[in-house]
Design a protein around this ligand. Structure first.
Ligand code: SAH
Ligand code: SF4
Ligand code: F3S
Length: 456
């Protein structure tokens, strides 16, 4: 083990899975003497964990590399700076990055993070040899350290990676590979260790998390693969875990077992991120989503039947090729009919290699902008209304950290809303009862009216 301390700076773009991956890269590098630094300047190793989902996200890599150049030059006589590119741009364009950007020492795809120490050593010997964009997910989770460093009381755990859906706009099936689920026992082990470190809330992650079908626990082989509903119920049994969440689901994989788990298991939070992307059946078909608006609306109705207070969240794309004003109106109608507690919305971005990029009738940027503004205004209004509807209710809030003002705590409601309240710092890491008194678009505030008893 190295005795010299080395500084590591990681910049993370993209989805929660990249956030999880960055944490796991730190876990791999800590035993080598790396300590996390808040700034790139002066660091021994800089990792840029990239996202390829939209053009703008991918472009950030090259501007970051430009900014890093002087830092790397300044460090040349002081031990040097190793620059690594990780994540989905690395997977998609690894060889091109090596060719275009001589400041980059190594490229590592999402399934090869356990090999970072070896890649760093190889990069120090000869730059050209340090590129690894293999697709063996199984290896990765077997070889990542079992110990995780965690900060705070809420943690992400990847349970499923990759995607077989091939929506015509999306790069994920190409950057993350085929769908693959981690075995139940491996997940339970990871979550037990997190719970022992004080984690109270787990968010299960997957590009299609509800397509989860992992190997059952030892002794339950006869069950065959477990689905997400079964996994959620099982995780809710782990001592110390009070809240379970999951992201992101696909409408086609919302099965009855998962819906029933929301009815029966109160530790599964009443929040569902279920993207539809468009409210027009014609566009849904062109996107290869493989369901209609009516089927989606029916699913949401089922969820509300079993859990009437469930908060629905979604993702939308405006300006997919061929989207007419009438198609866009269908999206607006969908939003009005479903009613979202929160949502993300994007202008369609033409991604090389995806079927959508080659479709005729690409939409003008200014039309996309107008549609996005209209959609976001409606979604913002719904989010504010949803937050205001909590005024007067008493909600259990998991306090995660001190708030911005002295004596203030910051936490999350069951519906994933930010909540600010005055209260003692001892409550951090615990669940308190908060009577909601005020609400804005982005947060709630109120008065502490009770707290859970001390956990032995
Ligand atoms: N697996 C998830 C989404 C993963 S990508 C699902 O099936 O819903 C996250 C979001 O980025 C998508 O829901 C979509 O709204 C958006 N997105 C993906 N590709 C995009 C593109 N080419 N242009 C604009 N937005 C895109
Ligand atoms: Fe992309 Fe569609 Fe897979 Fe989601 S389901 S990751 S949008 S291809
Ligand atoms: Fe981006 Fe890759 Fe996530 S493309 S959204 S970082 S899976």
């Amino acid at each position: 083990m190295s005795s010299t301390r080395k500084r590591l700076y990681i910049k993370t773009y993209g989805c929660q899975m990249n956030v999880y991956d960055s944490e796991r890269m730190k876990d791999v590098l800590t035993p080598l003497g790396y300590e996390t630094s808040e700034e790139a300047e002066g660091s021994d190793l800089v990792i840029i964990n990239t996202c390829h989902i939209r053009e703008k996200a991918a472009e950030k890599l090259y501007s970051d590399l430009g900014r890093l150049r002087p830092f790397k030059d300044a460090k040349a006589d002081h031990g040097g700076m190793t620059i690594a590119v990780a994540g989905c741009v690395a997977q998609a364009e690894g060889a091109e990055i090596m060719r275009r950007a001589p400041t980059v020492d190594l490229v590592v795809g999402p399934q090869s993070y356990h090999k970072l120490p070896e890649l760093i050593a190889r990069a120090h010997r000869a730059r050209g040899e340090a590129l690894d964009t293999e697709f063996e997910v199984e290896d990765k989770f077997d070889q990542l350290p079992t110990e995780r460093h965690v900060e705070g009381y809420s943690a992400f755990v990847t349970v499923q990676e990759g995607c077989d859906k091939f929506c015509t706009f999306c790069v994920v099936p190409y950057t993350r590979g085929a769908e693959w689920s981690r075995p139940v026992d491996q997940l339970v082990d990871e979550i037990r260790r997190l719970a022992a470190k004080g984690v109270r809330e787990i968010t299960l992650l997957g590009q299609n998390v509800n397509a989860y079908h992992g190997a059952p626990p030892a002794g339950r082989e006869a069950d065959g693969p477990w689905g997400l509903g079964q996994l959620l119920r099982h995780i809710a049994l782990i001592g110390g875990i009070e809240r379970v969440r999951y992201l992101t689901s696909h409408p086609r994989d919302m099965d009855e077992a998962l819906i029933a788990a929301h009815r029966d298991e109160f530790k599964i939070m009443p929040y569902l991120h279920l993207p539809i992307q468009s409210g027009s059946d014609k566009i849904l078909k062109a996107m290869n989503r493989q369901h209609t608006y009516a089927e989606y609306a029916e699913l949401i109705a089922r969820m509300r039947e079993v859990r009437p207070d469930i908060a629905i969240s979604g993702d939308f794309i405006v300006g997919f090729p061929g989207e007419t004003d009438a198609d866009f109106e269908d999206t607006m109608r969908c939003v009005r009919e479903i009613g979202y507690a929160s949502a993300f919305s994007f202008k369609y971005s033409r991604r090389p290699g995806t079927p959508g990029a080659a479709m005729p009738n690409q939409i003008d940027e200014d039309v996309k902008t107008t549609r996005l503004h209209a959609l976001q205004a409606l979604l913002d209004e719904q989010q504010t209304d949803f937050n205001r509807s909590q005024i007067g209710r008493t909600l259990p809030v998991l306090f995660e950290k001190a708030g911005r003002l002295p004596g203030q705590l910051h936490g999350r409601s069951p519906y994933l809303q930010s909540v600010h309240v005055d209260g003692p710092a001892e409550l951090i890491g615990r669940i308190g009862q908060v009577e909601i008194e005020a609400a804005s678009r982005n947060s709630l505030s109120g008065r502490l009216v009770g707290a859970e008893r001390d956990v032995a």
